[in-house]
Design a protein around this ligand. Structure first.
Ligand code: ASP
Length: 344
């Protein structure tokens, strides 16, 4: 399926995958990218031309910032015409946030951008890094009739290819670290790599890549729990410059019916703050109005996040707030799926 002379650009951001044990001290430290072939002689056997660029300084992904997403998006744009696909090596902890962010930033993407990482460093014996990386490269290069098979921002991990903005880190220990609870995987790697094409988004032909590079970080997560106090809720909703709140609610989008809670939310939406309702459950969708306990939210002007992941709705808000010129424009985009992040 992969055509001759494919070329893939590999962007290293850090994380466990890019480490090896120091032969003297035994401590883990970042590998030297110019010598990636020393750790992975298999790369030469793929028949794919791989060039790598480190995004320095290499970081643990807990330190990832929107500025790094912007750098990644701009490097992809600059090199877009030179490569068949892109692989981003990233720590697993925030990979779902970065993949979601890039899916919103790379508008009209027609080539694969595959995030991967590993639970064990590339330079240790039982590592999962090699398989993850080699398969991610193969997927990034995969074409049929001159078109990329998976022209989406994805996460490949263990044996499964996921849509990036549908993915969540679910396990801190197992090699199978990611899940996509509300959307079918896009592919699975076994003896062959199988692509589930009916779940893959294909762009309109001939539309040029555009980068949404402005990100607005004035977004907050408010996770409710039985016993949450009015002062906590008000303190969050009154954060200076706040523009949007992801309200993590119960079940199908329910919240306490206390009057103070309604008043606090209503006062915030009246001030132009967007409040988006996302369930604390990992599977299923918000259904506002199904129970009485979510009617208050509808009346307070809260918007549904449907079945979006927290990672996707937070980064979608950041990108929309960075680009849209009016609240109504942001609201309009919140109600539609921009790049497959939710089922409306
Ligand atoms: N803490 C690491 C990171 O996210 C874990 C990993 O790479 O898997 O960068």
């Amino acid at each position: 399926m992969q055509e001759k002379e494919s070329a893939v650009l590999l962007l290293f951001t850090g994380g466990t995958i890019s480490m090896a044990e120091d032969p003297k001290s035994g401590a883990l430290r970042p590998i030297d990218f110019d010598h990636i072939q020393d750790y992975m002689p298999e790369l030469a056997m793929t028949g794919i031309k791989v060039k790598s660029i480190p995004i320095l300084p290499l970081i643990d992904s807990s330190d990832v910032e929107p500025l790094i997403w912007e750098r990644l998006a701009l490097i992809i744009k600059e090199n877009y015409h030179l490569y068949d696909g892109f692989v981003i090596l990233h720590g697993t902890d925030t990979m779902a946030y970065s993949a979601s962010a890039l899916s919103f930033m790379l508008v009209h993407l027609s080539k694969p951008v595959i995030f991967t990482g590993s639970q064990l460093p590339i330079g240790v014996m039982r590592t999962d890094a090699k398989e993850n990386l080699l398969t991610a490269i193969e997927i990034a290069a995969a074409k049929e009739n001159g078109q990329s098979i998976v022209p989406e921002v994805c996460i490949f991990f263990e044996d499964t290819l996921f849509r990036g903005n549908r993915t969540t880190k679910k396990n801190a220990e197992h090699f199978s670290a990611f899940g996509s609870h509300n959307y079918h995987p896009l592919g699975r790697a076994g003896v062959h790599i199988k692509y589930f094409r009916s779940y893959i988004n294909y762009p309109h032909a001939g539309v040029k890549l555009r980068v949404r590079s402005q990100v607005d970080q004035n977004v907050v997560l408010l996770k409710i729990f039985p016993g949450i106090t009015e002062s906590t809720v008000r303190a969050i909703l009154e954060i200076p410059n706040l523009k949007a709140v992801v309200l993590e609610s119960f079940g199908a989008g329910n919240a306490p019916r206390r009057e103070w809670f309604y008043n606090a939310l209503k006062a915030a939406t009246d001030r132009g703050i967007l409040i988006v309702n996302r369930s604390q459950c990992s599977t299923g969708s918000v259904e506002m109005g199904r129970y009485e306990t979510s009617l208050n939210l509808v009346n307070a002007g809260v918007i549904s996040a449907y079945d979006c992941t927290t990672e996707a709705i937070v980064t979608k808000l950041m990108c929309l707030l960075g680009e849209c010129t009016s609240i109504d424009d942001v609201k309009h985009h919140l109600n539609v799926s921009i790049c497959g992040e939710m089922t409306v």
